[in-house]
Design a protein around this ligand. Structure first.
Ligand code: ADP
Ligand code: MG
Length: 469
């Protein structure tokens, strides 16, 4: 009697089920459809390229033994892979298919892999398109502000998944080097382990992919794709806040990767306690590995970063000028870079000699250029809210200590973030004169140098203002 392909496959499944755990069985064998058994060849259909790869990598021995047991030593296995029609719209899957497009048949619908337990080598591109080759450890200047994060990153890149730093969770304000660091990890792993599959993406891209996936009904595919990754680098996870469904799937993927010893690195622009809207179960996972933060670089590191960037760009600037810039730009590395770019542009365009008056002019323009959308009312409301005050108080003549302090800080940021003149700023604060504004800016500046707690508050406020831009 000739057995139907369905009954052959059911017998195979019985054997397989006994050999592996239920979860793996459900994930990897239940979705397989038997297609036909002809001329000693059993053809099965799998939902995706990733699925096929996964079977080949993890279950090929089990499959081959099972099929031999059922159908004799001559039997062979052939896969048919159904590729979704809308593949090209789906970023996750096209990533892989691009590299193997020669293997996808012309009608684009499915491809047959004639393969009696021989694994066709799957090519991996030497270039990882998501990684910026300039973001390396060599170009990431070390300082007290980033020492732990940098060393942990280097350790990971030597032994991805094999250190206690899994996940590595990097916190740090805007422009302090999170993206640079996480990509440096990716680039170093790419170099040390060219066969590892590395995926860098922002939580925003992940969310977008997931939304597309839900729309296309290809969630399984999405999950399988993430299971084929050896190193997951996810930037800016604060973006997951309040996105429950995306968090759910991320939780699932996180666990799967972590359980199989894959490396995970995450960054966030705000500390854990401010990640409101990210579920506790996720937050507690992040603590499994190492948590570290990137601080604002100290003066020496700022000088070192400027020198490094000038050297890399083949520019020479006197030391006193570098120190002047490093002294005045004490917020983020991105801002330092911005100023440096302005200096270079200015010098190249106008051939002016770089001296302190020129630098002063550049710094003045720079502050207003970086965040043009900010205005004084917005700054006032952020500062007022930070101190739990009514905005009108900032415009009043009250001399109450906490109001004076908030008013000074708001003026300081008005000067920093807007193009308004001192006179105009004074006017927006209920008609103060310009010398009051100068005095306020000076006071804030001096206090920041001498009072760590005060400086921390001011930096917090600054971050909040920047987020509004
Ligand atoms: P974030 O992702 O934290 O907002 P980025 O990683 O984008 O910040 O860094 C902003 C810029 O500053 C980038 O151009 C980056 O190369 C540079 N940068 C940050 N930290 C360093 C550092 N330690 N050494 C050299 N460049 C740095
Ligand atoms: Mg970033």
């Amino acid at each position: 009697m000739i057995k139907s392909v369905e009954s052959i496959w059911s017998s195979c499944l019985l054997l397989i089920q006994k050999s592996i755990n239920t979860q793996s069985y459900k994930t990897w064998f239940e979705p397989i459809k038997p297609i036909k058994y002809e001329g000693n060849i059993l053809t099965i259909q799998v939902p995706s390229q990733f699925f096929y790869e996964w079977l080949e990598e993890h279950y090929i021995d089990l499959l081959s033994q099972t099929i031999r047991k059922e159908l004799g030593a001559e039997a062979r296995l052939e896969y048919r892979i159904i590729v979704e029609q809308n593949q090209t719209q789906n970023k996750t899957t096209s990533y892989y298919l691009k590299e193997n497009s020669d293997e996808v048949s012309n009608n684009g619908n499915f491809y047959n892999s004639k393969n009696p337990f021989v694994i066709p080598g799957l090519k991996k591109s030497p270039h990882n398109p998501q990684l910026n080759p300039n973001f390396t450890f060599e170009s990431f200047v070390q300082g007290e502000c980033n020492q732990l994060a940098r060393s942990a990153g280097i350790a990971i890149s030597r032994k991805p998944g094999g250190t206690a730093f899994n996940p590595l969770m990097v916190y740090g304000g805007v422009g302090l080097g999170k993206t640079h660091l996480i990509q440096a990890i990716g680039n170093a792993i790419n170099k040390n382990f060219p066969n590892k599959t590395i995926l860098y993406l922002t939580a925003q891209t992940f969310t977008d992919q997931f939304i597309t996936t839900v729309r296309n009904g290809s969630i399984n595919e999405f999950v399988y794709f993430y299971q084929t990754i050896d190193v997951l680098l996810m930037d800016d996870i604060q973006f997951l806040a309040n996105k429950d469904k995306t968090q759910d799937i991320f939780f699932h993927i996180f666990n799967q990767l972590h359980q199989t010893g894959k490396q995970i690195v995450l960054t966030s622009d705000r500390p854990q306690k401010e990640l409101a809207g990210v579920e506790d179960r996720l937050l507690s996972r992040f603590k499994w590995g190492l948590t570290c933060d990137l601080q604002v670089p100290d003066f020496e590191t700022r000088v070192a970063i400027l020198e490094h960037k000038m050297y890399a760009n083949n520019i020479k600037i006197n030391r006193d000028i570098i120190e002047y810039v490093a002294h005045h730009i004490n917020t983020s590395v991105r801002e330092l870079e911005g100023v440096l770019t302005s200096i270079v542009a200015r010098v190249q365009l106008t051939q002016e000699t770089i001296d302190i008056p020129l630098i002063k002019k550049i710094l003045q323009n720079h502050h207003s250029e970086t965040t043009p959308e900010l205005n004084i009312p917005l700054i006032q409301s952020v500062v007022a809210e930070y101190y739990g005050l009514n905005t009108d108080l900032l415009k009043s003549n009250t001399r109450r200590r906490e109001v004076v302090q908030a008013r000074q800080i708001a003026m300081f940021f008005a000067k920093m973030f807007t193009k308004s003149s001192l006179k105009a700023i004074g006017k927006d604060f209920g008609g103060k004169d310009h010398s009051t504004v100068i005095h306020s800016c000076q006071t804030v500046h001096d206090l920041m140098e001498s009072d760590v707690e005060y400086a921390r508050d001011v930096n917090e406020i600054k971050k909040t203002i920047e987020r509004q831009a």
